[in-house]
Design a protein around this ligand. Structure first.
Ligand code: SME
Length: 162
């Protein structure tokens, strides 16, 4: 296995253990952002945004995160990479944020970003957002891994409600 794949396998095991031991989805999200931020050197900001229940128009609200405070604590679905991922229900990977006009700047150091929707019973309820200080940090194997993390949170939300 290549070194990245080995690393991802190790952290995936730790994430699985967290998913089993966390009593609620919110506990899991808090523990997950910390683990990803601590263990993955290129994951320099890691956070969840959750759709505010009942809000019209829909708005994403910042939840658990690790990294510098962001000015974007509430994001409408027509704004940013975050809005694009939540409104389309698709993972969005941006290799060079400077070239994407949708990008809302969180830190001047950010070069690339991935945003993966979190689904509960087939509906988007939020997303996992990761920023990197390195260009094109989120290769296909990272994308698969981050999608796995988001899936675990969706399953926990389905199982525990919160
Ligand atoms: N860059 C995001 C905003 C959130 S910050 O990265 C934490 C976006 O373009 O939606």
């Amino acid at each position: 296995m290549n070194p990245v794949a080995t690393r991802l396998e190790e952290v995936r095991s730790e994430i699985s253990a967290l998913a089993e031991s966390s009593p609620t989805a919110h506990d899991l999200m808090r523990a997950m952002v910390k683990l990803l931020h601590d263990k993955m050197l290129k994951y320099n900001w890691v956070g969840f945004y959750l759709l505010e229940p009942g809000a019209q128009p829909p708005v994403l609200v910042l939840g658990a995160f690790e990294g510098a405070m962001t000015p974007h604590t509430r994001i409408f679905l027509n704004q940013g990479i975050c809005g694009a991922a939540a409104s389309s229900g698709q993972t969005v990977v941006v290799d060079d944020v400077a070239k994407d006009p949708r990008y809302l700047a969180c830190s001047l150091e950010t070069k690339s970003e991935i945003v993966v929707p979190v689904f509960v019973h087939g509906k988007v309820v939020g997303e996992l957002d990761i920023d990197s200080h390195f260009a094109a940090a989120f290769t296909a194997e990272h994308q698969e891994f981050v999608q796995h993390c988001a899936t675990l949170v969706g399953k926990k939300l389905e199982a525990t409600g919160a």
